[in-house]
Design a binder for this molecule. Structure first.
Ligand code: SF4
Ligand code: SF4
Length: 387
């Protein structure tokens, strides 16, 4: 259901200072590879063996599901390690494998609306749940990049060519039943499938754009920060849990993008009441097992170098978040599970979402109803297997 208002400014509306491209080595998942303070945590999360436990959501079959879910990302893309390979490769030799179209052809861009429609159709066809387009704001590029290799972390230039001026941002829906079990393994499996689908969808979309005769750089979490680009592309709003909230799936999405020089028509940014609702909600902050989520209004205050200065938002303490992941033996997603915007598809939930946008004085009533109905309670991981 479309219950959104178009607005003029995207992620720039949260900027309060001199925002520059973020040094990717400061991103939390990279710090264990160079920051002595984070190395013990990194060793525990990335390298220590995790034995199965005889309790729902932590058995061998749960762990095997997570491992399988990540398989395509881990073997064919590696966006979490820096991308630039496999499905996230930046280059193409120009050869059509099938059908055997001669190299060097280019579509006409005389009708940008038609080309934009075709690109969006391709994104949805390849598996995106949502797609939006924005001008590439280079403040959101990582610079420099930090790549994880078999020898460890490596600083790299992030030279996205100057003629690349557009980002196609895609959202992949994560499985509701899996996320419902957070922070147990089925939620991580839903996340892992999300990452594998990101690589599949962005990789194929990039190849489609190259086939039209233009450059395309497919990225997962690498190369540029996804959330500000998704806000710019009209996919949603930033929320207290540090995640993008979409009107359709709440925070239950993963984001990928394709950067291109193909001229496309941008989508307007949107607003649908997330900030106001987060101000009175705080459910994710209360339920976060590591208390990594801020209470109160958004702020410029950062916790550590993994937050970007100069942005008025709810900064997450990624250090304590990752510490919980390491103790849990797997990632978490509780802040996705409990969010009242995370609802399965259906008319009733469409109505609730409509109400949150249109009837803002009733936000507290919607929040009360969410608690009374038991939404966000942790699901039984054994039941996940029986559905
Ligand atoms: S992932 Fe878990 S630990 Fe991290 S911020 Fe969300 S709820 Fe907290
Ligand atoms: S749980 Fe509540 S406060 Fe947290 S992101 Fe969702 S709506 Fe906002």
């Amino acid at each position: 259901m479309k219950t959104v208002n178009s607005i003029d400014q995207g992620a720039g509306r949260y900027v309060t200072g001199d925002v520059r491209p973020f040094d990717q080595k400061n991103e939390m998942f990279k710090r264990p590879f160079w920051d002595p303070q984070m190395q013990p945590l990194g060793k525990k999360f990335y390298y220590d063996r995790v034995m199965p436990k005889d309790r729902p959501g932590y058995r061998l079959e749960d762990q095997a599901m997570v491992n399988a879910a990540w398989h395509l990302e881990n073997t064919c893309a590696q966006g979490v390690r820096g991308g630039r390979m496999g499905l996230y490769a930046w280059d193409w030799d120009g050869k059509f494998e099938f059908p055997r179209v001669p190299p060097g052809l280019k579509i006409s861009t005389a009708d940008p609306a038609a080309v934009t429609r075709q690109v969006k159709k391709a994104a949805l066809f390849f598996g995106a749940a949502l797609v939006g387009i924005c001008e590439l704001d280079r403040r959101w590029l990582y610079s420099p990049a930090y790549l994880l290799t078999s020898e460890g972390g490596r600083v790299a230039t992030n030279e996205v060519p100057a003629e690349i001026k557009t980002a196609v941002v895609i959202a992949i829906e994560m499985d509701y039943a899996g996320i419902h079990c957070a922070p147990a393994h089925p939620a991580s499996a839903a996340t892992g499938v999300g990452y594998s689908k990101m690589a599949f969808t962005a990789g194929l979309l990039a190849q489609f754009i190259r086939g039209l005769g233009f450059q395309a750089i497919p990225c997962g979490n690498d190369t540029a920060c996804s959330i500000p680009l998704a806000i710019d592309a009209g996919l949603g709003e930033i929320a207290r849990n540090g995640l993008l909230i979409t009107p359709q799936f709440g925070p239950r999405v993963r984001l990928a993008k394709v950067l291109t020089d193909l001229p496309l028509i941008p989508d307007p940014p949107i607003e649908f009441g997330v900030r106001d609702f987060c101000l009175i909600c705080e459910k994710c902050a209360r339920k976060c097992p590591s208390q990594s989520i801020m209470y109160g209004p958004p702020s410029d205050k950062t916790h550590n170098i993994s937050n970007r200065p100069g942005v008025n938002t709810w900064h997450i303490n990624a250090e304590t978040c990752l510490a919980f992941w390491a103790a849990n033996g797997v990632d978490c997603a509780t802040c996705i599970r409990v969010c009242p915007f995370n609802k399965p598809a259906g008319m009733f939930h469409d109505w609730v979402r409509w109400g949150i946008n249109r009837l803002r004085p009733l936000d507290r009533l919607f929040l009360w109803g969410d608690d009374v109905m038991g939404y966000g309670r942790k699901g039984n991981s054994d039941r996940f297997w029986r559905r």
